[in-house]
Design a protein around this ligand. Structure first.
Ligand code: GLC
Length: 749
């Protein structure tokens, strides 16, 4: 039985109290008074989160609430039921402590926004915040107080189904957008009407699951932990996120739900977090499955001592914590601290003053204003990956006959994506519907689904598709993944288009008509073959309720695509892991050094091939790099310069660049700023994103963009030394994606 250093536990309890961000004396006083009056049974009750009954209150659930044996309920969304459960807690339990109601509102409640990975492609924190705000208002109107979002796991592996819920591969982008979501969900004050508590999850390293296979071990060295996986969580903790959730995985061998380094040392002691930590679904009991706890009682002991305040779904706390406290295996002070953390958030939410919900106090679900935000998010999330011969935009005026083909052109459910528990397809506007509305009687639109689902192999409807294509002026294919193919526990080993979709593209391409392919998916796909047969390729993720109008506006040129990839698209799963902020290695591949497998001379001598870092059969470059995205217009970056060639710690590095729209369309560009520490005491990435700006320019217009970069942002975590910006030369890159070569040097003194 592992003994946890109590010093660590006591120290973190003490530091948590002292270093609580901006503690509200009134809240702390009320929490302390309540705690004083609670029995140990009532304290343990607050630490238990129970699954709802999806409408209605079974006798056992009502009894649990009445006896103060539940502090939270998740997955109940019927307002009447929620108000009745709350009435029992407030009016029939001894102390009347209100319940906190939770639900996964990941990218919308009824109005569904693009999946978070798609929202990340907007590179627009303000828009992402607005999306989280409308999700919060809709969730609060149903009676919910808390969502298990944002999911800010850094992910470099598209095989992992939950990459769909993530904000991509970069710590800076995920930090900026994760904080925007926290602001959107929580507002200025948790007590505000329409504000709900957010949850930074899954701490930490879920996206590093080995092999991209969900729930698998995550082995993360210290420098990667601090430089890649921690930053978004630290940013959300600093932004005041109310709760945290552990990952299911073992992190370097220690399952997160029993990991005091994460939740006592880093989260409480180092970061001063003073919200509360909820386990993941049965992740406490799973400590026995991981094989680190002999039984549920030991799992409960490890999890409470590790800093997991509330147990979701499993009942090891309810079943064993009393005994553990009586035996002295868990000090009551540890239970008190967990209860205090939970009471603090309930008090901050104003649940004691306003325990009940009246939906009429809120705007209607899926109202026009909310749908407008969802449409804007979908519009800015779409990434134009190819546009040969200006196949796009379609010119409505010249269009007589349009063929719309594919399983995802008109599927109100699939375009919503994963984790849409409370979405309703009846509100969805599909691309087919939007195109028909936009074109009206100006052009005929012929639709052939061609494949029943994205996984169908039956090609019997292909002749109809080919015929429609032959008769059309332009062909738009809507392909990709059904929503069930990404999300939790839905990892894929292969990244190609499922089913016979590639065969469909080939069949239609034989007509010689210009092929526009729109892909909806929850992850980067190996789109090389699809790209080969397509004149234009638009990646729409799962775009949500208003994906149709957004895509139609882009295809018809009413707006130019402006999305940029938040994650690298590999050519094949065999390239994974492939990400932009990689180290240079001692033998980086170059165009010169790379010999394709088909070009190797027969009996080539051993040392004549390779000697640099690449795959004989897959090269060393991704299909599309991080930050990539085309526009209908063209942008040029000129005259990159720094105001001062050298800065000292505490200074701000000012970087300026002229951005010119040299094309024919008004459009938005996301200018990205990367740094590189040329020589450092440990190998640093060849690029690190440190700034971005979304800039709208009319055709022919140019503007100087200025980036203000505090010298501290050039810092890096050095194992055993901590965060430092080592003196020396840095390169500053600015451009439209992570492949940019436009750079200027500056020096840290
Ligand atoms: C799930 C997920 C977590 C979610 C929780 C509640 O298993 O891992 O992200 O919030 O359970 O549904």
């Amino acid at each position: 039985m592992k003994k946890l250093p109590f010093s660590l536990v006591v120290l973190s309890l003490f530091s948590g109290l002292l270093s609580a961000q901006n503690p509200d004396p009134e809240v702390e006083k009320k929490a302390a008074e309540l705690l004083q009056s609670m029995t140990i049974q009532e304290k343990i009750g607050q630490l238990c989160q129970v699954n709802g009954a999806y409408g209605g209150i079974p006798e056992e659930l009502g009894k649990q609430v009445r006896e103060g044996k539940a502090g939270s309920i998740l997955n109940e969304v019927d307002t009447r039921t929620l108000n009745e459960l709350q009435r029992i807690a407030v009016e029939e339990s001894r102390l009347g402590i209100p319940l906190i109601f939770a639900r996964d509102v990941i990218h919308g409640f009824r109005t569904i926004l693009p999946i978070p990975l798609g929202q990340a492609a907007t590179w627009n924190p303000e828009l992402v915040e607005r999306g989280a705000h409308i999700a919060a208002v809709e969730a609060a109107s149903a009676g919910l107080h808390w969502t298990f979002a944002p999911m800010i796991d850094i992910c470099r592996d598209p095989r992992w189904g939950r990459i769909a819920e993530s904000l991509g591969e970069d710590p800076y982008l995920a930090s900026e957008l994760g904080v925007a979501m926290v602001r959107g969900f929580q507002g200025e004050s948790l007590a505000d009407k329409g504000a709900i508590a957010a949850c930074a999850k899954h701490f930490v390293g879920y996206g590093a699951a080995e092999g991209g296979r969900d729930y698998n071990s995550a082995n993360i060295p210290e420098n990667e932990l601090y430089n890649i996986y921690f930053p978004p969580f630290k940013a959300c903790a600093d932004a005041g996120v109310a709760t945290f959730m552990p990952t299911f995985n073992d992190v370097n061998g220690v399952p997160a739900s029993g990991n005091p380094f994460l939740f006592r040392k880093v989260l409480r002691e180092d970061w001063g977090f003073n919200g509360f930590v909820v386990s993941d679904w049965e992740s406490v009991r799973q400590l026995t499955v991981h094989g680190v706890a002999a039984d549920n009682k030991e799992a409960a002991r490890q999890a409470t001592l590790a800093g997991i305040d509330m147990e979701m779904a499993s009942t090891t706390y309810a079943d064993h914590l009393m005994e553990l406290v009586e035996q002295g295996a868990v000090p009551e002070a540890v239970v008190d601290e967990a209860v205090r953390n939970i009471l603090r958030v309930k008090l901050q939410l104003g649940l004691f003053e306003h325990p009940y919900t009246d939906p009429s106090d809120f705007p209607a679900l899926a109202n026009d204003a909310h749908r407008a935000v969802a449409e804007q998010a979908a519009l800015q999330s779409c990434v134009l990956l190819k546009n040969e011969g200006q196949a796009l935009p379609l010119e409505a005026g010249k269009l007589q006959r349009l063929a719309v083909i594919g399983p995802l052109a008109d599927d109100p459910y699939e375009q919503l994506g994963t984790w849409i528990f409370d979405g309703d397809p009846q509100h969805t506007v599909t691309p087919l519907a939007a195109l028909r509305t936009a074109l009206g009687d100006k052009a005929s639109v012929q639709f052939v689904k061609a494949l029943e689902t994205s996984r169908t192999y039956n090609q019997s409807a292909f002749p109809d598709a080919v015929r429609a294509a032959r008769e059309a002026d332009a062909v738009i294919l809507f392909l990709g993944e059904e929503s069930i193919l990404s999300g939790e526990a839905h990892s894929r080993a292969h990244l190609g288009l499922p089913g016979a979709q590639l065969e469909l593209i080939k069949a239609v391409a034989e007509t010689g008509k210009p092929i526009i392919t729109v892909v909806m998916a929850g992850r980067p796909l190996a789109l090389g073959p699809a790209q080969e047969y397509s004149d234009a390729l638009l990646f729409a993720w799962h775009p949500g309720t208003m994906g149709g109008p957004a895509i139609a506006r882009l295809l018809l040129g009413l707006e130019s695509p402006s999305g940029k990839l938040p994650v690298t698209f590999p050519t094949t799963a065999g390239q994974i892991p492939m990400y932009y902020n990689h180290k240079n290695t001692g033998k980086p591949a170059t165009e010169e050094s790379y010999i394709h497998i088909d070009d190797i001379p027969v009996r080539a001598p051993q040392t004549s091939v390779g000697n640099t870092s690449y795959y004989l059969d897959a090269g060393y470059k991704p299909l599309f790099p991080f930050g990539f995205g085309l526009s209908y217009s063209q942008f040029e970056y000129r005259n990159l310069r720094v105001r001062e060639p050298a800065v000292s710690p505490g200074d701000t590095l000012v970087v300026m660049v002229e951005l010119a729209n040299t094309g024919q369309y008004e459009a938005e560009e996301v200018a990205q700023l990367y740094i590189r520490d040329v020589v450092s005491s440990i190998a640093r990435p060849v690029k690190e994103l440190k700034g971005f700006q979304r800039i709208r320019l009319k055709a022919g217009e140019s503007r100087t963009a200025t980036f203000q970069l505090p010298a501290e942002h050039l810092a890096y975590y050095y194992p055993g030394k901590g965060w430092m910006a080592e003196p020396g030369q840095f390169e500053i890159f600015v451009g439209g994606d992570s492949d940019t070569g436009l750079k200027v040097s500056c020096e840290i003194r």
